[in-house]
Design a protein around this ligand. Structure first.
Ligand SMILES: Nc1ncnc2c1ncn2[C@@H]1O[C@H](COP(=O)(O)OP(=O)(O)OP(=O)(O)O)[C@@H](O)[C@H]1O
Length: 275
């Protein structure tokens, strides 16, 4: 597994070295009518990074992710993905949403759901091995014939992650993917996503409102201010890899980072425009 790297501890700047920047937000803005939600968000994601974006409720995390994914047109600024401005969903970028019950097609088996987005990218002959390998990676080996409604919430979210991975995206965007599952499943899925990220060498941008989750998972945590939103801090997470739910969370550095993010979110809440 790759080791964590060190980035500037403060500021709204980006990771050093722009050669391997895969995704860049340049003064991204989004308003809904008169309500300015994103007021100029800037950051860069380097290839191979696991970056968590955290911010108070209503700060525009989902809005930000949709703009990054080309699902929503920004009001100003832009997202640049692999050197090109994003104007529609890029083919090499996959999204896993919180609401797995709506993202999986209920009339298709898990196998067919995973295969669906692969059709335009991989020939028929190479799909089965790839599907089997991602189902195994997410703990669903042998479950391909089940329908989503025959599975628990945690299993459905595993299937949604498998679908994102099978497509072999350069970047996987995840929007609060574990918010709807129970605490035990959430812990399992956090570790699963770290494992598959290492196995498939995927760049991950993970949006969450959960401070512990952000610090535990991320190589870097980007903390958003309250709306109108900018980046309030771009924090390196210098915790050893591989992460471990008990050992990592017992480290003084984990507690320090958690406290820092907590303070920033509290401060963002108190300064946010009440809507
Ligand atoms: N399509 C829309 N039209 C109008 N306002 C919207 C729309 N989508 C989101 N908003 C508003 O924009 C703000 C940011 O919403 P968004 O869902 O992006 O925030 P969030 O940080 O993901 O929130 P949460 O953590 O509560 O899920 C909220 O005030 C929301 O009501």
């Amino acid at each position: 597994m790759r080791m964590t790297e060190t980035y500037p501890q403060t500021g709204t700047g980006s990771a050093p070295g722009s050669a391997d920047v895969v995704l860049e937000l340049q003064a991204l803005q989004k308003s809904y009518g008169a309500a300015k939600i994103l007021a100029g968000v800037d950051f860069q994601i380097r290839r191979g990074e696991f970056v968590c974006v955290v911010g108070p409720s209503g700060s525009g995390k989902t809005t930000l992710l949709k703009c990054m994914a080309g699902l929503l047109e920004p009001s100003g600024g832009q997202t640049v993905f692999e050197g090109a401005p994003v104007t529609e969903p890029p083919a090499k970028l996959a999204v896993v949403f919180q609401d797995y019950s709506r993202s999986l097609l209920p009339w298709m088996t898990v196998w067919a759901n995973v295969e669906l987005p692969m059709r335009n990218k991989f020939g028929k002959a190479e799909r089965p091995a790839r599907i089997e390998s991602v189902l195994e990676a997410v703990g669903l080996a042998g479950k391909g014939s089940l329908y989503p409604w025959q599975m628990s919430g945690g299993m459905q979210q595993r299937a949604a992650i498998a679908r994102g991975l099978a497509y072999q995206p350069d970047v996987l965007l995840m929007d609060e993917p574990f918010a709807a599952v129970d605490a035990q499943t959430r812990i399992e899925l956090e570790d699963l996503v770290l494992r598959v990220r290492a196995e498939f060498d995927t760049t991950v941008v993970f949006v969450t409102h959960d401070i512990d989750e952000a610090v535990y998972l991320g190589d870097r945590v980007i903390v958003l201010s309250g709306a109108p939103t900018t980046v309030s801090r771009n924090l390196a997470v210098d915790l050893p890899a591989p992460r471990n739910q008990v050992r990592t969370k017992s480290l003084p550095e984990y507690a320090r980072l958690r406290a820092e993010v907590f303070e920033l979110i509290q401060s963002a809440k108190s300064h946010a425009t009440i809507r």
